[in-house]
Design a protein around this ligand. Structure first.
Ligand SMILES: NC(=O)c1ccc[n+]([C@@H]2O[C@H](COP(=O)([O-])OP(=O)(O)OC[C@H]3O[C@@H](n4cnc5c(N)ncnc54)[C@H](O)[C@@H]3O)[C@@H](O)[C@H]2O)c1
Ligand SMILES: O=C(O)[C@H](O)[C@H](O)COP(=O)(O)O
Length: 379
């Protein structure tokens, strides 16, 4: 079979070469012409896939090695008889570690203890659910908003407007949807942005258009008390540099960019393609995941528990590094296209592993052990 794939999918050869011939292309440039004799198309989030792209081609399988599916015309592809697979949850842990790093950083800058802030989680699926679980285990109070789950009769959810008025931090983890009662396009519009509590922290690592970026820029001009961390941008790869300058933290859509998250995405799509072919899937990350970046941290006796946790989290992922690289690349381009520089930062993203790949050695008591376990570290 002929597989056309985004060149940024890791372990493409290891997983897919046994299934057929692979053509690697830049995700944003995959065109109808590239697919004239392709049987399967493997993408990440930057390739828009709809029936027009596949019309008249033999492609019968589309796999996206990502959580988000807003770049796929799901109803259109289903109607065209194309099997579509995504990778639910693959990089959820990376996003949680990004949010934790934002909390640590904003805490340091404002002098407000992150563990004492009430966090509102908007969208409580793979990412939001894992974030709620982790924060609760770390002793942080969370309020949850998920109208689709509430409509199914599940308890424990509050309306978004209640989160905005009662929470010190709002973190968005919804899919981007444009239609229906719970559409998330501009979910945080001007009216909701002004309702944020004084001194609130707002974090968006879902999709850019979930926040009205134009309104956010205007609100930030009036509300310097707000601390905003954006990983996703309404027009990305174009970035509004004036908005970036008003944000406390800015990154190029890398919240989930741990190596582990990307690898799980590849493995999940490998399994889905094998299933669609009616074949077994003998390969797995158990044998293919690399050792690189796995680490061991050692702390001297007498290290306070929270300090130990924060140092360990910083070692695994520090959003300040990504923010500094992003500003250095974007801000000189104000008024020009940022697309190439945005994509270059993502393509050349440094190696990042997740907490379970890091062993933390210490001789502290149960408090420290419990905090580290809650964050997912090995001991
Ligand atoms: N920045 C990144 O690197 C990155 C990484 C992973 C995922 N994402 C984005 O995060 C999104 C969420 O990921 P996930 O794995 O948790 O998805 P998910 O589908 O598991 O969960 C999404 C949740 O949002 C809820 N929801 C839908 N509409 C809502 C609304 N109007 N208000 C509140 N809740 C609503 C759903 O009911 C669901 O429970 C993805 O769709 C993707 O766009 C971004
Ligand atoms: O939806 C997802 O899984 C994430 O947004 C993912 O990290 C996007 O990465 P990309 O496909 O753009 O490389």
């Amino acid at each position: 079979m002929h597989i056309v794939a985004d060149e940024n999918i890791p372990l493409l050869d290891a997983f897919f070469a046994p299934l057929g011939r692979i053509t690697r292309l830049a995700g944003r440039q995959i065109s109808h012409q590239d697919l004239t004799d392709a049987d399967a198309l493997l993408v990440r989030s930057v390739t828009r896939v709809d029936p027009q792209l596949l019309a008249g081609t033999p492609v019968r399988f589309v796999g996206t090695c990502t959580i988000g599916t807003d770049h796929l015309d799901l109803p259109g592809l289903a109607a065209a008889g194309v099997t579509v697979a995504s990778a639910p949850g693959c990089n959820a842990r990376g996003v949680v570690e990004y949010v934790l790093s934002c909390l640590l950083t904003l805490s340091e800058r404002t002098g407000q203890d992150w563990r004492a802030r009430r966090v509102g989680i908007v969208g409580v699926g793979e990412v939001g659910g894992r974030l709620a679980h982790t924060l609760t285990a770390l002793g942080v109070e969370c309020l949850l908003c998920d109208p689709p789950r509430a409509a199914l009769g599940e308890a424990g959810f509050a309306p978004l407007d209640q989160l905005l008025t009662e929470c010190d931090v709002i973190s968005c983890h919804v899919p981007l949807t444009r239609t229906g009662a719970d559409a998330t396009w501009h979910l945080l519009d001007a009216g909701r942005l002004v309702a944020l509590r004084p001194g609130a922290w707002l974090i968006n690592s879902s999709r850019g258009p979930v926040i009205d970026n134009h309104a956010l820029k205007a609100v930030l001009a009036q509300r310097p008390d707000l601390q905003v961390a954006l990983d996703v941008w309404e027009q990305e790869p174009q970035v509004d540099c004036a908005l970036l300058q008003r944000c406390a933290l800015g990154t190029p859509h890398i919240a989930g960019y741990s190596l582990d998250g990307k690898l799980r995405g590849t493995e999940q799509i490998y399994r889905a393609l094998c299933a669609s072919l009616g074949q077994s899937a003998p390969l797995s990350l158990d044998s293919l995941a690399p050792e690189a970046g796995r680490a061991q941290l050692q702390f001297a006796a007498g290290t306070p528990a929270q300090w130990l946790l924060e140092r360990s989290l910083r070692q695994v992922y520090d959003v300040r590094d990504d923010d500094a690289r992003f500003r250095a690349a974007m801000l000189p381009l104000a008024g020009q296209s940022t697309a190439q520089a945005f994509d270059a930062l993502r393509k050349g993203y440094p190696l990042r592993r997740e907490c379970p790949e890091v062993e933390v050695r210490h001789s502290e008591g149960e408090d420290a052990a419990a905090l580290l376990a809650a964050a997912g570290f090995r001991r």
